[in-house]
Design a binder for this molecule. Structure first.
Ligand SMILES: C=C(O[C@@H]1C=C(C(=O)O)C=C[C@H]1O)C(=O)O
Length: 355
């Protein structure tokens, strides 16, 4: 081994010892924070977002800010686990994009529980069987997830976080090439998202829609004459070879998830608030409701309508606005909106996705 290589490796060993000593000190601080919280919510998404944003700003390189955030995401995950072990429910089965989104937000320390339906995720949080739930709320190409919107209206849970996940689709199989494949499994939505790529590259391979991407990967693991389209996590879980990467037709395809809990988040300095309200059925009613937001300078980042369960042609509106409900302009605008609306429910304030 060259002298220089040896020296560099010794230096890295020494730095690792320093990092480990500091990590242990950090973990002891977090343990003490946990004792001070005395059973109140241990997970503080606003604080985690601040930590990630601050370190990304301070980052001197050469590591990219994204790598720094991922490393600190795991450090905080382990520290939170020391304070109190966390349980997170998501829309299963294991290996779906919902699981990847959950890990992106919580790191790998919690116990992740796969649920069969979005409603089961809500019920698990409401019953206190888990601390947090992760549910998809909208996709950049498919639009809103209406089941989630309806459950948010009816359920007492709060929104305490958001997660944006880029959806990358991978072609995978047990074999090392596509030659022997007789069929392709995937969820119908993923087949649609890769439609053009498939028409170009595998026009004659029969496409078989199944219940989820993860199920497609599981079936491809059992059937050597098949392949599947799913996310990277599913390939890893079922030991499949990735034959073609990122085959989705729209490279910006993103799904937004919400984190639900029995509490929302404190102000982080860069927040969003989700609300749902209904308008009286008269001309100009929606405009009158939104007017206070504009007057107080509160930006709206989403407005979506859904038919109300109560009556024919009555609508409820889901809005996301910038800012925390405790920020003065947001609080003033919400108070006025509440007076004018037939119904207003603030679903929660939470930090804008930091990772
Ligand atoms: C240490 C704390 O508890 C948790 C762990 C954090 C961390 O490791 O930095 C940050 C926020 C909390 O989710 C805290 O609240 O400060």
């Amino acid at each position: 081994m060259s002298d220089e290589l040896l020296k560099l490796r010794n230096r890295i060993d020494h730095l690792d010892e320093e990092i480990l000593a500091r990590l242990s000190e950090r973990a002891r601080c977090a343990q003490r924070v946990g004792e001070i919280k005395q059973g109140n919510a241990y997970y503080r998404p606003e604080r985690e977002a601040q930590v990630l944003r601050r370190l990304a700003d301070l980052n001197p390189g050469p590591l990219p800010a994204d790598s720094v955030k991922k490393i600190f995401r795991e450090i905080m995950s382990a520290c939170l686990g020391l304070e109190h072990p966390q349980k997170v429910a998501y829309l299963g089965p294991a290996g779906t994009f919902s699981e990847s989104a959950s890990r992106k937000q919580f790191g790998s320390a919690p116990t992740f529980v796969a649920m069969t339906t979005i409603e089961d995720v809500f019920r698990a949080v409401e019953a206190g069987n888990v601390n947090y739930g992760v549910v998809p709320v909208e996709n950049s190409t498919e639009g809103a997830v209406s089941v989630t919107l309806d459950l948010l209206l009816a359920s007492p849970v709060k929104v305490c976080g958001e997660i944006n996940l880029r959806i990358h689709q991978q072609l995978m199989s047990r074999a090392e090439g596509i030659g022997a494949a007789r069929r392709l499994y995937s969820h119908a939505q993923s087949l649609a998202q890769c439609h053009e790529w498939l028409n170009r590259n595998l026009p004659h391979l029969p496409r078989v829609p199944v219940a989820s991407n993860a199920e497609a990967a599981r079936m491809a693991a059992e059937d050597p004459e098949s392949c599947a389209i799913a996310g990277e996590a599913a390939a890893e879980l079922y030991g499949l070879n990735i034959l073609a990467t990122n085959i989705e037709d729209d490279p910006n395809n993103t799904t937004r998830f919400l984190v639900i809990a029995d509490h929302d988040a404190g102000p982080s300095g860069l927040d969003r608030t989700s609300l749902v309200f209904s308008a009286l059925n008269r001309p100009g009613a929606v405009h009158a409701l939104l007017e206070p937001l504009a007057r107080h300078g509160v930006d709206m980042t989403k407005l979506q309508s859904r038919p109300a369960q109560s009556g024919l042609w009555e609508y409820v509106f889901y809005a996301d606005i910038r800012g925390h409900q405790r920020d003065a302009p947001v609080a003033a605008a919400l108070a006025e909106l509440g007076e004018r609306a037939a119904f207003l429910k603030v679903l929660g304030s939470y930090p804008v996705a930091a990772i």
